[in-house]
Design a binder for this molecule. Structure first.
Ligand SMILES: O=P(O)(O)OC[C@H]1O[C@H](O[C@H]2O[C@H](CO)[C@@H](O)[C@H](O)[C@H]2O)[C@H](O)[C@@H](O)[C@@H]1O
Ligand SMILES: O=c1ccn([C@@H]2O[C@H](COP(=O)(O)OP(=O)(O)O)[C@@H](O)[C@H]2O)c(=O)[nH]1
Length: 842
């Protein structure tokens, strides 16, 4: 991947948006502030990136400020550091302490939702969630004030999951990336979050989503599949017709900064002092925010066990733990502090003496130079996170150990466990015995092995810097934007609804062809387990009006079987084509079989057996059968299990029942369908059309077609069917001339007429929710079809009054010249009656 560079040769503008600014303000007096470095790995990581870009930070300044004069003063001081404050007055507590750190943080780290005071919790959850959304909007407002066209907005972390959505709603052209610094949990844990779907949908609006490790990406993709039902691929998530790219970008540090700092005289002096202070003892170091995810109690328990079992080491080792204060206003963190203090007291009481204590626990942060000195003199670094996004402390230790080559004991549940796994001693922090043994192994490790392990770690830390992380993320983001701009040029346009309505109202013989499933069916909510498809109740009146309009013919062309179509459309004056046109009827008549007589259905029984075998073994899957097809459906089963079963099922089918059969196999999103070969919607429509013209005794050619559905790729030939008729200008149809191949018994009758007089601008094909399609237009969802049908149903009454001649078309007179007068239906009808060829009739 090429490092990102701006085409103008300037550093590209980047707005980094995170909950925290890299500095936090502390009030030092009236209207005066001191700015201190903010704690945590997000800030350290991002500081390593910013030099490549013209970066401005947007974030919370660390304090609530209500007075305008004070706000201005602080804003000015921060501006010198290219920081823009978002004052979260009034929402901060509920947003940060409540929703972010009381709800999201435990869920993301597999710790579950708080269980106490259920009743109160329900109430606070709502308030906190509202505050969370409000805070995200406050970030949006500040970004909008500072955004310049072409800027990239990089949103960080779980605090800002709604921000990508708000940004895109505001301006869809803004380049938006989102990176999660914490882990992403297994879907089983994430599922418990009450606002799970909204949050997922909101982040999926970003152009690029980044995670530290492949495991977190895997969890995220599978969560999207299970909760939203969308498909996760190696490229990302296919959501609302577009792919949101999801990828791994492991964060790093700025290693040179640590290496340089370790060489500063002030730091080497501190190192000397520390060595003297701990002379004759090995130093084990821990550096963590005092957070339950860091596993500090587990670390102390393991150290206690080590001292218990290794009396030799009792006066020869010391554990120095820097416990950086964090999130003090969240009750769980306060509890943790007293729990940890209790453990330190117990262990120091058991193994300490008047002159020495085994644990040096510091409830404070330390300055950067001193931290580097500690990293450099430590013999062992002990990281026991129960779960951690990355854990930069372990990288920083490695960077400072050029001379000493100490040992890193690292939790396998930290992101760093995956990157530094070769050089570190990996442990399960819950297994106190294992950690205790690792401490012993580290303290006794021969120099040669330490050197080899250090080399591995150092090599990784040095090459995977924060700079590389930032530049990789930005290159990918810019690559995606360029790619999607190219794709957008090839994507069909959205359906021009106004144009459809106007042309419909001006036509004399209109044909509407609609799919059923996913087009006219009611929207299912996540709880709905109904297997049978139902017509959207909102459409009932509209459909009736359309079907009863003498100038309109409505056809429902579906994969569904006859019974389902009968059940849903029995009361309408409508044409139905079941099983992709194998059967057709007008609702007043009987089903007519259009199946070739010699169609081979020998495969049906053996396929049924295979389907039954898999249905028995896949809970909540089921089989649907019709005369010419069998479908194994697993939409209500566990999605991933269903997919795995579908793969196996296909192998079974190919190995036996269908190896020589004339069948098509269609793998749907949640189904496998086997049907007799040859029937597609495109192949069926010509025949059905002929039948309609014949049965309706049509004398006026069809001059308007609207065709829309949620069709499989193979059925998209329905859209191209009409394209070819436009090209040849007319379809001279010989109905029934081929009926010898069909087993219906009706009298053959040859009709020669111009069934279609379809002009390009009167043909509207529209695929629902598909970015790649053969249709001319795309429609976002079936709701838009419903909306359009409502409007068509009343179009004749509203359109003549509401559109002016010039609005959408330029009317032509009968000589083909522009006509300034209104082009009325009667003129049009007369034109059709005369016909371009002069031949209409049977
Ligand atoms: O801002 P705070 O609430 O005080 O918390 C500090 C930061 O903690 C989290 O850091 C994470 O980011 C690191 C860098 O990617 C990663 O190494 C670590 O594993 C994470 O825990 C949090 O995600 C940040 O937003 C906070 O700023
Ligand atoms: O007194 C201290 C000790 C550590 N750190 C920094 O805090 C960050 C901790 O990041 P990590 O990824 O390990 O975990 P996080 O705290 O972000 O969860 C590291 O960059 C440390 O240098 C700090 O700012 N002050």
């Amino acid at each position: 991947m090429m490092p990102y560079d701006d085409a103008r040769g300037e550093r590209p503008r980047l707005l980094v948006v995170a909950n925290r600014l890299p500095v936090s303000a502390k009030r030092t007096g009236e209207n005066s502030w001191s700015l201190e470095m903010s704690p945590g790995g997000l800030v350290s990581g991002l500081l390593g990136v910013t030099s490549q870009f013209d970066t401005t930070w947007v974030g919370w300044p660390g304090v609530d400020v209500y007075n305008e004069v004070e706000k201005n003063a602080l804003t000015k001081s921060l501006a010198q550091m290219k920081c823009i404050p978002v004052f979260l007055n009034g929402v901060f507590d509920q947003y940060y302490n409540g929703y972010c750190n009381g709800i999201l943080w435990p869920i993301l780290h597999h710790m579950g939702l708080p269980q106490e005071d259920q009743h109160d919790t329900n109430q606070t959850f709502e308030t906190q969630y509202d505050a969370y959304k409000k805070a995200n909007r406050m970030f949006l407002d500040v970004i909008i004030q500072n955004y310049e066209e072409g800027d990239t907005v990089w949103c960080h972390d779980y605090h800002l999951m709604f921000l990508p959505q708000y940004l895109k709603e505001h301006n869809n052209k803004i380049k938006v990336g989102w990176f999660l610094h914490s882990p992403f949990p297994s879907s089983e844990v994430y599922k418990t979050l009450p606002s799970r779907s909204e949050l997922l949908r909101a982040v999926l609006t970003a152009d690029l989503l980044g995670f530290h490790t492949y495991d977190f990406v895997r969890h995220f993709l599978s969560t999207c599949t299970r909760i939203l039902g969308v498909e996760g691929t190696h490229e990302g998530v296919v959501y609302q017709g577009r792919v949101t790219r999801v990828a791994v970008f492991p964060i790093g540090i700025d290693p040179d900064r640590f290496i340089r700092t370790c060489k500063l005289p002030e730091v080497t002096q501190q190192m000397t002092e520390l060595k003297e202070r701990f002379a004759g003892k090995k130093v084990i170091l821990g550096v963590d925010r005092l957070d339950m995810i860091k596993g500090i109690p587990q670390k102390y328990l393991a150290f206690e066990k080590f001292l218990e079992e290794n009396p030799y080491w009792r006066d020869k080792v010391v554990l120095v733990q820097i416990a950086v204060p964090t999130r003090n206003d969240v009750p769980e963190y306060r509890k943790l502090k007293s729990q940890v203090h209790g453990l330190v007291g117990r262990i120091n009481g058991r193994f300490g003496s008047v002159s020495s204590l085994p644990i040096h626990h510091l409830d404070c942060s330390v300055d950067f130079n001193y931290l580097c000195a500690l990293y450099a003199i430590a013999d062992v670094m002990l990281v026991t996170s129960l779960r951690d996004g990355m854990n930069l402390v372990s990288y920083e230790f490695v960077a400072c150990q050029e001379a000493k080559k100490g040992v890193l004991v690292l939790s396998e549940f930290a992101g760093a466990g995956q990157s530094l796994g070769v050089g570190a001693l990996l442990v399960n922090p819950w297994d106190v015995t294992e950690v205790s043994s690792a401490i012993k192994e580290a303290l006794n490790m021969p120099a040669e092995e330490r050197e080899t392990r250090h080399k591995f770690n150092f090599q990784y830390v040095y090459t995977h810097s924060a700079k590389k992380w930032g530049s990789d993320f930005m290159s990918e983001l810019n690559g995606i934007i360029a790619e999607s701009e190219m794709q957008i040029r090839n994507i069909p346009h959205g359906l021009p609804q106004k144009d459809v309505i106007q042309r419909y109202s001006q036509s004399n013989n209109r044909l509407i062809i609609l799919g059923f499933c996913g087009t006219l069916t009611e929207q299912k909510n996540s709880r709905s387990k109904e297997m049978d498809l139902k017509l959207n109740p909102e459409l009932k009146g509209t459909l009736k009006a359309l079907c009863n309009d003498p100038k309109t013919t409505v056809v429902v062309l579906s994969r569904s079987d006859k019974n389902i179509l009968d059940k849903n459309f029995g009361g309408y004056n409508i044409w139905l084509a079941a099983e992709n046109g194998m059967f057709e009827k007008h609702t007043t008549g009987e089903w007519v079989k259009n199946m070739p007589q010699n169609m081979n259905l020998d495969w049906v029984d053996s396929v049924k057996n295979v389907f039954k075998y898999f249905t028995d073994r896949t809970p909540r899957s089921f089989v649907k059968s019709s005369e010419t097809s069998l479908v194994w459906n697993y939409e209500y089963a566990d999605v991933e299990f269903g997919r795995a079963q579908a793969r196996d099922l296909l192998q079974y089918l190919w190995a036996g029942p269908i190896s020589n059969a004339s069948v098509d196999v269609v793998r749907g999103n949640h189904s496998v369908e086997v049907h007799a070969i040859g029937e597609t919607k495109g192949a069926a429509i010509g025949r059905i059309l002929g039948e309609i013209v014949y049965r309706k005794s049509m004398t006026t050619p069809i001059d308007f077609v609207f065709c829309s559905g949620y069709f499989l790729e193979k059925d998209e030939d329905i859209y191209t069917f009409f394209e070819s008729k436009i090209l040849s200008s007319k379809l001279s149809h010989e109905t029934r001339s081929k009926s010898s191949s069909c087993n219906n018994s009706r009298k053959k009758k040859k009709i020669s007429m111009n069934v279609l007089d379809l002009k390009k601008e009167n043909y509207f094909s529209a695929a629902i929710g598909q970015a790649r399609t053969k249709a001319r237009y795309v429609i976002d969802s079936s709701l838009d079809v419903v909306d359009l049908l409502h409007k068509l149903a009343v179009a004749d009454t509203t359109m003549t009054d509401s559109f002016s001649d010039s609005e959408l078309y330029e009317p032509r007179n009968e000589n083909g010249n522009a006509n300034s007068k209104r082009w009325t239906n009667s003129v049009r009808r007369r034109k059709m009656e005369i016909g371009d060829t002069g031949q209409i009739g049977m």
